[in-house]
Write a new protein. Sequence first.
Length: 413
Amino acid sequence: MPKLTRPLFIGLRFALAVLCFTLTPKQALAYFVHPLSAGHLAAEAGLVVRGRVVDVSRANPKRVLARLEVDEVLKGDCKGRSLTVAYDPPSMFGGVDGLVKDEYALFFLSRSGSLLVPTDEQNIKIPIRLGRLAAPGEAGDVLALVREELLFTAAGPASLSAEGQLFQRVQERMQKHQSLADLELGNSFYLLRQDAALNTIAAWQLGELPPEPRALALLRSLLGSADRDLKQAAVTALLNLKEPEALQAAVEFIDSAPKSLSKRLISMNYGGDAEMLSAIEDFHSSDPEVVAELGSMLKHPSVELRRAAIGALASLYHGPIRSDRPLHSLREAFSVPFLAQALDDEDLVVRYEAMSGLADITDNHIWRPSYNRATHNGVAPPSSPEEQKFVAHWKKWWESARAEFNATPAVPK
């Protein structure tokens, strides 16, 4: 191929890859969308309905109209069984997560003048399984009703939504016609997996609602699922609900993975790798056993898991132990020994988080390294003279403070 035409050919392939995902309303797919929680959507929406998309059409280049057939109203007032929703067409750069004909879901809507529009700029629905029958006289707040739908869907068999089926067909078409677009490149545009099964999505969403006994029991049962996506969604949900058993379940999930986290895409899907790691990092508890479980993760070979664990340990204590307080009060901060242990970690980010946590807890911010100072804008070698100075300071501090922790069960050996 001539030298001048090859760059043009590559550019055309990239443009077509983008075009494949900037589709008509009937082929509307999500782009960089982080799924909002059912609780947030239900609270903000003026109208929440369960139903099916019966038609999607483009009113003009900047407006899509979707007609919904309503089976049940969970919140708000709805006249008749048919609704029309208006929204901006989805694209790589904006627009709501699109609707697909025949999709069955919970829809979260608000009024804008005479129009019904999505409550959130990027989220309009949670796909659910068809077939749940409301109990006679069933009533309750919208969260309770949404939870019933999610429980029914999460407990059911794996099946894709209409949107997921469409996305799968697009993937298959791209695999057959590599000249149109590189499949891996195309997939990288969509961090939110659209081919997630309905039960996986529902399990993840149960972790975004207040804890409830039936939901907890179902999520625990899903930890034994042979479906890795569903199992990971259950682990993530239990982590978000601050269930301590989920920490060990997360480690077991990572250990059983066919590839290490560091060698595969960290996807922002429903309960995916990034969601699970983020839930670990947000697992704040002063329970010594929970702290010890997080501390044990610092010995794990997965650097992503160690970063998540040190993030949790470094941010457990929002009220710092000030210098004018007796040093022995530090013994209540069970994470300190593990933060000190992490000063020897081979990963720069883990060491940085450990030093930042120690600085926050002791209220000694002079020795709290900034990201730029510790990493030289992220391109420094594993260790630099500047960073070594900070590490040496905190190691010296730990040697003088360690005696105060000798009787603390959480001190790592």
